[in-house]
Design a protein around this ligand. Structure first.
Ligand SMILES: Cc1ncc(COP(=O)(O)O)c(C=O)c1O
Length: 364
């Protein structure tokens, strides 16, 4: 049985007719950039997330750059972020000329360790950039109250922290709509979310060449706009996000019911988690990955080299072993097939393949 790691098409297939109708409206309008669909999506996303403003941009990386620039982060500043995340998190910090300061993770959540993040604050720290990795909300409530917190919520649309949605819990949040994300577009897209009126205004200015009217240029901005096709699809998909996230939670629970915990360490249960990825850990990670691939079952080993050991950051001087929990997670974690709509039979095949691999490992 061939099983993909993520089946994006299976999620929107039941909506295909409605999706085509919505796209036809855009095609008929002849308007493709920053039009009524984007405005409506921004309003609907802000309302869903519980923030005053949402600003559509070209992708999740730009969203981070625009927030940092909007907050005035630049050369000489430090931003604390976890070492175990996608490179774009730290890349955005470097892109605005600031220095990423890497902290270690809590092995139980794979998110930043709040105590270690706090220990790395200096007089130069401008913000903590927390990542809600794999869809699990980071423990923002345990971060020091006197430092700006920006949320990289690229992987966690719809995840919640108590009564708050991630992305709307800190000073600003960013999202990516890359097609494998929980809320996804039909190409690249991103969003900045904030309840800070001034920051929202600044980000709107910067996403369009530092101009409000295409005539007068007030700042060095960039061209980073969400387009109408993406916004039309995103509006439709946002209406189904809660049911998709619930289906992901149910699929995650099913892996536990199938006995996967006997074979590897499962993600701890948490009600606000939206399982962008279903990530388990095992010292036998590579054996499990090889067995899944041999059985034509998709899987992914994300972040096999944590950011503090990436060549681009060699100059920062982090030695191997310096962020040991991130390094261990990089060696031991693997993302198994999961999407809204994965079948029980598919999950049974995944678990059976892992069982065979782990049993063979124990016998060897
Ligand atoms: C944690 C994290 N941050 C930022 C990004 C960047 O988003 P994009 O690919 O839309 O630029 C991603 C996307 O993969 C991500 O996973």
């Amino acid at each position: 049985m061939s099983i993909p790691h993520v089946d994006v098409r299976a999620q929107y297939a039941p909506l295909l007719d409605e999706l085509k109708e919505r796209l036809a409206v855009v095609l008929d309008s002849g308007r493709f950039i920053l039009g009524p669909e984007v405005r409506a999506f921004e309003e609907e996303a802000a309302a869903y997330l519980g923030a005053r403003h949402a600003v559509g941009v070209a992708n999740g990386t730009d969203a981070l750059v625009l927030v940092l620039e909007g907050l005035g982060v630049g050369p000489g500043d430090e931003v604390v972020c976890p070492a175990f995340t996608f490179y774009a998190t730290a890349e955005a910090v470097s892109r605005v000329g600031a220095t990423p300061v890497f902290c270690d993770i809590d092995p139980a959540t794979l998110n930043l360790d709040p105590a270690d993040a706090a220990a790395r604050l200096t007089g130069r720290t401008k913000a903590i950039l927390a990542v809600h990795l794999f869809g699990r909300p980071a423990a923002l409530d345990q971060l020091p109250g006197d430092v700006l917190v920006v949320e990289d919520a690229a992987q966690a649309f719809g995840a919640s922290l108590g009564s708050l949605r991630v992305g709307a819990a800190g000073a600003a949040g960013t999202f990516s709509f890359f097609p494998t994300k929980n809320l996804f577009g039909l190409g690249d897209g991103g969003l900045v979310v904030t309840s800070d009126d001034e920051l929202a205004e600044r980000v709107r200015l910067l996403r369009f060449h530092g101009s409000r009217d295409k005539e007068r240029f007030e700042a060095v901005g960039m061209n980073s706009r969400l387009d109408e096709i993406q916004a039309a699809a995103l509006r439709l998909f946002l209406g189904h996000l809660d049911e998709w996230n619930q289906a992901r939670r149910e699929a995650a629970a099913r892996y536990a019911d199938l006995g996967l915990a006997e074979l590897c360490e499962l993600p701890e249960d948490e009600s606000g988690h939206v399982y962008h990825m279903y990530v388990v850990r095992s010292p036998e990670r590579d054996r499990i990955a090889d067995a899944l691939r041999a059985a034509d079952i998709g899987c992914a080993t994300y972040y096999t080299t944590p950011l503090h050991l990436q060549p681009v950051y060699a100059g920062l001087g982090y030695a191997p072993g310096s962020l040991a929990k991130s390094e261990r997670a990089a060696r031991e974690t693997i993302a198994l097939p999961l999407w809204a709509g994965i079948g029980a039979g598919q999950q049974e095949a995944v678990v059976a393949t892992i069982r065979t691999a782990v049993t063979a490992g124990a016998a060897a």
